[in-house]
Ligand binder design. Structure first.
Ligand code: SF4
Ligand code: SF4
Length: 209
């Protein structure tokens, strides 16, 4: 395990160079598992099929570890559209439609001194009117539907819609997803997603990668 404060003392560097510098560690089970064995394994999220592991359904539980192992890749996301007009500055507004809180924590982590996405021109804002991107977390619920739609409507254009984590993509193991309701530009898998995955996906959607 890597202990960042000790690394900083030893190397004199705190902030990651990712995505420019690629050789960073990533939390293993937040990446899509890849098959290495032949056995059938139990998947509580029904994410495994003959085609492989469904990014939208995988909840990063690791129960398939007899036959699957984490891919350790950072491309655990699907980009539907890019918006290169947002290359210079990118402000994010977040909406929680009913999450466990872990996706929020990982997303907020990208602003801490280790990841420091302000160096890439990415910032958070508390109002959709100033936002270039809306990041939605959590499962579908009726009462949040008008709130999410109003927030998207309030954003100036161009803007992008992002779904973060297995909850809004598939409803996780408890509920219903919200993908059909919002037509996202970017979806990011994981339960929760790793900050490196989030950073790479954000850079992709704004046309910087
Ligand atoms: S990590 Fe869990 S949810 Fe994902 S494929 Fe394996 S068993 Fe299924
Ligand atoms: S995707 Fe997983 S980590 Fe994210 S809110 Fe849902 S249950 Fe929590």
């Amino acid at each position: 395990m890597r202990i960042w404060p000790l690394d900083s003392i030893k190397n004199g560097i705190l902030t990651t160079g990712f995505p420019k510098r690629k050789n960073e560690t990533i939390s293993p089970w937040s990446t899509i598992p890849e098959k290495f064995g032949q056995e059938d394994v139990y998947c509580p999220a029904d994410a495994i099929s003959p085609e492989g592991v469904n990014l939208k359904k995988c909840i990063s539980c690791g129960l398939c570890s007899k036959s699957y192992e984490p891919s350790l890749r950072t491309d655990n996301y699907i980009l539907q559209r890019q918006e290169p007009r947002l290359r210079k500055s990118f402000k994010i507004f977040t909406v929680d439609s009913g999450s466990c809180g872990a996706c929020n924590t990982e997303l907020m982590a990208i602003a801490n001194p280790l990841y420091d996405v302000s160096r890439l021109g990415i910032f958070f804002t508390n109002t959709p009117k100033q936002a270039d991107a809306i990041v939605i977390m959590g499962i579908y619920n009726e009462k949040m539907e008008p709130v999410i739609k109003a927030a998207i409507e309030a954003m100036s254009k161009p803007s992008v819609v992002i779904l973060l984590g297995a909850c809004p993509l598939s409803g996780n193991i408890l509920g219903k997803g919200i993908e059909a309701m919002v037509d996202p530009d970017l979806i990011i898998g994981g339960c929760p997603p790793d900050p490196f995955v989030i950073i790479e996906a954000l850079e992709k959607v704004r046309g910087k990668l």
